[in-house]
Design a protein around this ligand. Sequence first.
Ligand code: UD1
Length: 391
Amino acid sequence: MKILIVVGARPNFMKAAPIIAAIARHNERLRIGDRREPSAEPIEPILVHTGQHYDQLMSGSFFTDLGLPKPDVHLDVGSGSHAAQTAEIMKRFESVLIRTTPDMVVVVGDVNSTLACALVAAKISFDAAGARPLVAHVEAGLRSFDRSMPEEINRVLTDHASDLLFVTEESGLRNLQREGVPPQKIHFVGNTMIDSLFAFREQAETSTIRQALGLRADSRYALMTLHRPANVDRPDVLLDIMRGIEDLAAECPVVFPVHPRTRARIREFRLDSGVGTHVVLTEPLGYLDFLCLMKHAALVVTDSGGIQEETTCLGIACVTVRENTERPVTCTEGTNQIVGQDPARIIAAAREVLRGQPKPGRVPRLWDGHAAPRIIEIILRELLPRPVVRS
Ligand code: UD1
């Protein structure tokens, strides 16, 4: 049985790694004859990297940190407009599918690679009878209800092209039901990104990033990331946010690993001289270094989706610089607050946390480090009686 797993951009790697590890454990249990294994079939994993992210800092270091195997296929698409990037991935991925004929294609998250590969797999025919792989979407059902976000379009379309939808939080179940997705396709399994966090949170303590940045073990600091087009692509918005962060940095050091998109905009808008006085700017960081910084931060300020979830799991206060979130459980149960782009609101929320009044939170249901084995169990159940779909 062949399962092809797609990764493309930075936030995919930590979501896919536990699935690949769960496949390896399944195969190992079969090899040693463990009777608890529900299926007698080994799984042949095929890892495809689209190359949407290609730098050592945005991609390579994550393979090392997460112990991911070298991709079996690299599509080398690189950057481009949404249309050009999505189309190029689709073209190159189609020939990989025809060559490898997997039983299932697993896509994760909400990036352009996710949608591109789901679409190709859902429409391909391996033979005249229309045989094609099943498509599984990991992290299905999340909705920001903001169609100006490219990721929202990717989420909706990927979900509706998929045969199996693996949901991380209960809002995802409601969203998919409301959109008419048949209930038998939907499985609430937890969060594979949190599986990675559980797997690596001890190892992250070996990171020397705090010393490298001149932070003492007991230093209080805020950690910030910013890369959403809505926050960084307009000079007035980016300048306002950066000014607010400079104010905050006068009270508490702010560590800001800068995403390539944000770095390019800071240069383009000539904000280089305005930032960096009190804010510690760094290159994008690897998984273990960033996890270490998150674990020890007094506060995280971000516009990332995944970081809202990781901080909730770690019990670290998170101030989200967006008008909405597709991950509402991080607010209703976790430590996350949505404050929007207004610098006054960002600073007010951050100061409240620094004054010792963080929002209390708890870890959401099934974010327990075991989402990937649940996914593999369901995939095996689906694939064994019915290896391919014939339409
Ligand atoms: C993409 C995802 C976003 C995710 C983010 C995480 C989509 C629609 N967006 O946005 O959901 O949160 O990744 O990083 O899929 N660049 C490099 N090196 C790289 C990759 C990109 O320098 O390895 C630069 C390029 O100049 C590129 C820019 O960063 O134009 C933006 O990259 P791109 O992949 O287009 O989108 P992201 O903003 O990274």
